[in-house]
Ligand binder design. Structure first.
Ligand SMILES: C[S@@+](CC[C@H](N)C(=O)[O-])C[C@H]1O[C@@H](n2cnc3c(N)ncnc32)[C@H](O)[C@@H]1O
Length: 243
């Protein structure tokens, strides 16, 4: 199902945390996979991703509870990606979300970093770089700026090893941009309390939904591609059976 359409159908104040890995405009095609039906990622050109993010930030605002949070991975590491990060940050602010850098007027900063732990070679133009993605975090506070409550404050860097270690040539049945479930558990634990509702509208292979479930939150995902829905459901079922 279309994630934006799903949010439109949700009652106001029904979600505590939107936790997602939105297509953020890299036009990502896996270097490790044969091109297949899910490669490249849908809505992942720079223009498509910014349009999708603008809709998502605006629609999610109505649905989240006061003091609810929206957290998404975001572009990081090159000048072109930084420009998209700025566009994402401005779209979040325009929709009413308060980010930790708003107060300082720094809309080119990400609120957190997912450090993938694996070393990165970089390339001949950018030089060596460690592998990371931005994490953008907005809080819904209705009365102007207020600091995020102490027990929800985020550390700047979350270190969780990437699922395939950055090396696998055969990812088998993985989503081509699979995130570690540990990232989902870490972010769900930071921004939602046990038993609260976490929604991923662009769920892919379901890693963040599964991570939130593992952390004891109630989690729901939406995804356009049926093959990804099947993949996510199979992983969630396997985890439930193992409990
Ligand atoms: C970066 S991937 C998410 C990967 C996921 N976090 C995982 O670990 O498997 C983004 C996903 O959003 C999906 N998508 C793109 N546009 C969408 C939309 N409008 N509604 C729902 N899903 C969408 C794509 O098919 C893709 O699977």
């Amino acid at each position: 199902m279309d994630g934006i359409e799903a949010i439109r159908q949700m009652p106001s104040g029904s979600v505590h945390l939107f936790l997602t890995d939105i297509p953020y405009g890299d036009g990502y095609v896996s270097h490790h996979l044969q091109a297949g039906p899910s490669d490249p990622i849908l809505n992942d050109t720079p223009e498509e991703s910014i349009a999708l993010a603008e809709q998502f930030f605006a629609e999610a605002w109505r649905v989240v509870v006061p003091w609810g949070v929206l957290a998404t991975t975001g572009p990081y590491g090159t000048q072109e990606r930084l420009e998209r990060l700025v566009a994402f940050g401005r779209a979040m602010a325009a929709a009413g979300w308060h980010r930790s850098y708003d107060l300082a007027g720094a809309d080119d900063a990400s609120d957190g970093i997912w450090d993938k732990v694996v070393p990165g070679m970089g390339n001949r133009f950018e030089g060596p770089r460690y592998q990371a993605e931005a994490i953008l975090v907005g809080t819904r506070c209705d009365k102007g700026w207020t600091w995020t409550p102490e027990d929800r404050r985020q550390g700047n860097v979350i270190r969780v090893t990437r699922p395939n270690g950055g090396r696998s040539k055969d990812q088998g049945d993985r989503h081509q941009s699979e995130k570690p479930t540990g990232l989902g558990s870490a972010l769900a634990s930071l921004y939602a309390y046990p038993g609260e509702v976490v929604v991923d509208p662009f769920a892919g292979g379901g890693s963040l939904v599964l991570g939130a479930l593992m952390a004891g939150r109630v989690a729901i995902g939406f995804e356009l591609l049926q093959e990804n829905v099947d993949r996510a459901n199979a992983r969630i079922d396997a985890w439930r059976e193992s409990q």
